[in-house]
Design a protein around this ligand. Structure first.
Ligand SMILES: Cc1cc2nc3c(=O)[nH]c(=O)nc-3n(C[C@H](O)[C@H](O)[C@H](O)COP(=O)(O)OP(=O)(O)OC[C@H]3O[C@@H](n4cnc5c(N)ncnc54)[C@H](O)[C@@H]3O)c2cc1C
Length: 413
């Protein structure tokens, strides 16, 4: 039976959700306050991370925690003034990262992420987006021997357990694979399954065009105007109020603006991240993570995109791009980096949930309301996979993976 459905938020997650529902024959309107794919789904490193079976955990060793508190590394930065309000969610993040709880999350997460390539593949083919896709993996590279050796052992074990393809490259093999690098590195883990995208925002655009070609409708509007209306929902758009039997919240880091007033208290927080493009004479062949310095060097159409690690801060606090300033210095040690392309860095926010799993499923206290947000470090990867799951749940069809680990009810709200 055809349902009227409004999807709120047109990042990778919302666009894929709208598309999955439209492809199931529903009348779908996708609402965003701006053009699709202009926020987090635009600014990421563009990696479809098939290898990311282990989501980022909160460190459990005191030395690692003290290193973060002392702001010694470049992978994590924080605003001291934000910590008090972030504390409850971060405490829960720490608790969920305890070995037994984390192991359960990895089991669930790996069962989801294993579908990321097949779900993207289908959409890439339908959207004619093959020109944006590279299939030569990415490199997790190390400057010094000891962390490289440790990481290589861990990667080999993970690859064996989860059926992933990783190759350990010593310094010479890394130089041969990436002749653009000057200086010698200890080596790299070459994750060979993942795909990389040379313009993440453009991939969202192509999926959006597919959605429209298949009869989907796009409207500009403010999702926070969502209100119950009769047996369904209404939202204000520039073309007037829109009513639908079902609404899906896919607002990424802005989801709390809607879920909080509706009474849901999820342990959500953001890890902000920056990027900037630089001119280079020659691109690396694939993205490279300078693991000890928390910077990804991602070849993109606009230039070499440097992306940073996590910044714990209020979502809307003014930018403090210290990690990016250091990232630029580190990148210059690795290759010939030209001038920045943009006058100011881009700032975005990874939408994180304390138990490291997105929130996907029916709203516990509101009929016809659905959630699909909180994809943290892997929303670009997981957009099509959780879109399929929420579409199956809305239709009451057997879900293709176990939905319980993602069910909003797990927080008891
Ligand atoms: C530096 C960095 C690097 C990353 N690298 C990767 C990577 O390599 N691979 C990967 O898988 N993931 C990566 N990520 C994470 C990934 O980008 C996110 O998880 C993903 O983009 C989240 O998608 P989303 O659709 O949930 O949110 P968004 O893309 O942020 O979309 C949310 C949408 O909601 C809209 N919206 C907000 N408020 C309103 C409102 N009131 N009314 C209407 N519309 C509204 C916004 O305009 C936006 O379009 C990275 C993130 C960062 C910051």
């Amino acid at each position: 039976m055809t349902k009227d459905i409004v999807v709120l938020g047109a990042g990778m997650v919302g666009v894929c959700t709208a598309l999955a529902l439209r492809q199931r024959g529903h009348a779908v309107v996708l609402v965003d306050r701006q053009a699709p794919g202009r926020e987090t789904s635009y600014g990421n490193a563009g990696i479809i991370q098939r290898e990311a079976v282990q989501p980022y955990a909160f460190p459990r060793e005191w030395l690692a925690i003290l290193r973060v508190i002392a702001r010694q590394g470049n992978d994590v930065h924080y605003h001291p003034g934000a910590l008090a309000s972030l504390l409850p969610a971060l405490a829960r993040y720490w608790y969920e990262s305890a070995p037994a709880r984390y192991a359960a999350t990895v089991t669930a997460y790996s069962a989801l992420i294993r579908h990321c390539l097949t779900e993207h593949d289908r959409l890439i083919a339908l959207a004619g987006a093959q020109d944006l896709v590279h299939k030569s993996g990415w490199l997790q590279a190390y400057r010094s021997a000891s962390p490289f050796d440790q990481a290589s052992l861990a990667a080999t074990a993970v690859a064996q357990e989860h059926g992933l393809d990783c190759q350990i490259l010593d310094g010479a093999a890394l130089s041969a694979a990436e002749p653009v690098l000057h200086g010698t590195m200890a080596g790299a883990i070459h994750w060979r399954d993942p795909w990389t995208i040379t313009d993440p925002g453009e991939l969202v655009n192509r999926y959006t065009a597919l959605f429209e070609n298949e009869g989907g409708i796009i409207r500009r509007g403010d999702a926070t105007t969502l209100m119950p209306a009769g047996a369904g929902w209404t939202v204000a758009t520039e073309d007037g109020p829109l009513t639908a039997a079902h609404a899906v919240i896919a607002l990424g880091p802005w989801a709390p603006a809607l879920t909080k007033p509706l009474g849901y208290r999820f342990p959500l927080f953001v890890k902000r991240g920056y990027h900037r493009h630089y001119a280079v004479e020659r691109m690396p062949n694939r993205p490279l993570l300078d693991a000890e310095n928390g910077v990804v060097l991602a070849p993109m159409q606009r230039g070499l995109r440097l992306t940073t690690g996590a910044e714990f801060a209020h979502h809307d606090a003014p930018p403090t791009p210290v990690q990016l300033q250091r990232a630029e210095r580190y990148a210059r040690e690795l290759l010939r980096l030209g001038a920045p392309v943009e006058s100011t860095p881009w700032l975005g926010a990874r939408p994180c949930v304390a138990d490291m799993r997105p929130i996907v499923g029916g709203a516990p206290h509101h009929r016809g309301l659905w959630f699909n947000f909180g994809h943290a470090h892997q929303g670009f990867t997981l957009g099509p996979a959780t879109a399929r799951l929420v579409a199956e749940l809305i239709d009451g069809d057997p879900p293709y993976i176990d939905p319980l680990p993602y069910d909003p009810i797990r927080f008891g709200s």
